[in-house]
Design a protein around this ligand. Sequence first.
Ligand SMILES: [Zn+2]
Length: 538
Amino acid sequence: MTRERIYLFDTTLRDGAQAEGVDFGVEDKRVIAQALDRLGVDYVEGGWPGANPGDTAFFEDVPKLENATLTSFGMTRRPGRSAANDPGLVPVLDADVKAVCLFGKTWDFHVKVALGVDTDEGLLLIADSVAAVVARGREALFDAEHFFDGYKANPEFALACLDAAMEAGARWVILCDTNGGTMPEEIERIVETVAKRIPPTHLGIHCHNDTENAVANTLAGVRAGARMVQGTLNGLGERCGNANLVSLIPTLVLKPGYADRFVTGVTRESLHHLTPASRLVDELLNRAPNRHAPYVGASAFAHKGGVHASAVEKDPRSYEHVPPEWVGNQRHILVSDQSGRANVLARLREIGIEVDAANPKVNRLLAAVKKREFEGYSYESAEASFEIMARRALGEVPDYFDVESFRVMVERRHNAKGELITVSEATVKIVVDGKRIMSAGEGNGPVNALDKALRKDLGKYSAYLDELRLVDYKVRILSQGTGAVTRVLIESADARGNRWFTVGVSPNIVDASFDALIDSFTYKLFHDGAPAARIAAE
Ligand SMILES: [Zn+2]
């Protein structure tokens, strides 16, 4: 049976950029467009030229893409203006692209209220604008805004809008659930009806996630006939987001019922680029990736508990719906309170340490894990601290430097302008290669000040830590034993895109942070192969 082609249309750089806190620079946009191209996405919507300086700059020097079609976005012409004379539309039509996607109103209520014209003129706006795209030799896509709400209110008009676009030469009409409130069964029923009128090979679906159904709605649209899927990386988008391509793509490529009926530009091979593409977007937005994201999250293939971990060791299919490497992700065996021997051995293997099961050091390590977890350490989310502890127990981690002492001072006062400020100052005494170094640092908080003081001079190790960044810092107060204990989790990253988590526990928050910080530095030095004089005697 020949499989039908599904076209993937990414709008991370346009609809995704509508999300709160998202502000892509021109360079970010180029890098994301190239990652989408590598993955095998068919269309990359770059933004709305003329609408803001960033989008305009992006289209002035468009990135070279191997396979993907770069697309500009805009709105159908304004009432009372010709397409060629509409200052909002002209830069969209003139952009250096092969395809143009225009949105237009297909809900009669919006046409009357927002545009202030009658439905006949509404149709004319669509037809003229699409015709203008075609006249410039560009592929025309028509995003039918509010289509599902419009269809429910006035099906004749909503369908007439699609006809107007098709008759004017649109390659695609895309049914948009703009408000995101439509249910999967409604989507399926309505798309089925539309597919009797518009050939499925010209029909697309664009869903928003306001009822957490954007992915389900998109799949319902595909089952009912839509052959173009629009969405964003990580489901980025205004309000609750858009349909998440990072979940949709592997589902279409791997899952029976889709994989045997359809083929996409993303192949089984290029699917390996999925996890890196998802993490890249978070990296550029300086956000910690969602550990629990389907397919690509750090926890998506994480196994906790002795029984699960040993079953996965025997056959991963026991607790995994697809192999993690297919989507560019990795399996994680978590070490936790419930951890058994199999768990610890599997975890060691995962970080590249081969130990004989009979090695007495394994029992020592297991005992150490249990003891520290009882104290409040949590290695499930702090793999780097686990690795450092394990390698220490096995005698692999050198003592790069000794911290003789540290002192932190926190001061709240009025500055010269009379503003109330809080400043922290830290002093550390470190010994590197037998040489004593004393440094001071100032920061907006005690941990920041300590970090600065430590890094100011670590002798020959300073260069290794230059590119290390602290990305996230989480504090949790645990009630355990006699008093409250603080657990600090630090996420660090380097310039090569590596990320690692470390943990520190102490009754004192600064002390706990300090331990997590030192683990992070040690992890970085160890993995960069920094030279050290001696191995810890532990
Ligand atoms: Zn949208």
